[in-house]
Ligand binder design. Sequence first.
Ligand code: CP
Length: 311
Amino acid sequence: MTAFTDLEDIKDLRSLLESAKTLKTNPYAFRHTGANKTLIMLFFNSSLRTRLSTQKAARNLGMDVMVVNLNQDGWKLEFEDGTVMNADKAEHVKEAAAVMSQYADLIAIRAFADLESRADDYAELLLNSFATHASVPVINMESATAHPLQALADAMTIEEHKTLQKPKVVLTWAPHPRALPQAVPNSFVKMMKLMEVDLTITHPEGYALSGEITNGVRLEYDQKKALEGADFVYAKNWSSYETYGQVLNTDKEWMVTLDKIGTASFMHCLPVRRNVVVEDAVLDSKQSLVIEQANNRTWAAQAVLKTLLEA
Ligand code: CP
C-alpha cells in the first residue's frame, strides 16, 4: 500500500484487519517503525476522534506528529491550474504539498464536501491535488466522498462482535437537522461489500446513495422491515445524492429506537445527535458499540500508518 486515499488502496484487507487486531493487543510492539518519521495532519474541518486516534496511532509507532488547522493557521490555498492568483488565495497546492513533503514522511488530510456541486465533490479535487503534488504518501482522514479510516474501524468492530459467520448488517438513514455528506455511508457500504455480511440499506425515497457504490446491495424503503432480524444496525444521516446536498426529510419516525433494533448491536461513527438520530435508550444500552468503534479508530489508523511506513 503506497497511499490511503480510499478503500481501493488496500491490497489485502484481511491482513490489514489482522494487523489492527494485533496492534490493539500490543500497541507499542512497533515503536521502532516510526522512529525519526513525521506525520503531518492537515485539517480543513473539525474533528475529535480522527484527530486524536490518528495522533495516538502515530505516537504508538514512535512517530512525531505535526497538526495544522489549515483554515485557521495556513494560507488560503488555490487548487485550480493556471489561475491568476490575484484574489484571496495566497498559496497554490503545488507548492504547499511539495513543501509539506520536505517536512513529513506521511501527510493526512481532512477536507469535507462543500455539498454545493456533486461533480466537484465527487472529483475529490483537494485530496487528489495533495496526492498528486506531495512526494510522500497521503492518507484520507475523511474527504468529500469517503472516510476509509472510519470504515476500517467499523469492519474491525463487526469482526470482533459478530456471532455468525455472515451477520445481517443494516445501514439505516436517520434524521438530522443539517445537510451532511455521504462520505461515511459510502465507505461503510464499500467496506461491507468486501466482507462476508448480508447487507441491507434503508432510507426514505430521494436518499439513494450513488448507484456505483450501492450496486448489488438490497434496498428496503420500509425501515421496520429492513431491521427485522438485524445483527448490526449502523445509523447515519446523509443528504440527498440526487437532489445534491439537500435535506428532503426530517421525519422523526426514522430515528433509531431500542424497540426498532431488537437485540441488534448499534453502530454510529459519532458525533451523534441524541434523540434526533438515535434515542438515549440505545446509546446508553449494552447494545451500543459506538465507543468501541471510536476505540478501534486508533488500531485501524495504526495499521494503516504502519503499512505505509513499511512499504
Ligand atoms: N467519526 C469521526 O470521524 O469523528 P470526528 O469527525 O470527530 O473525527
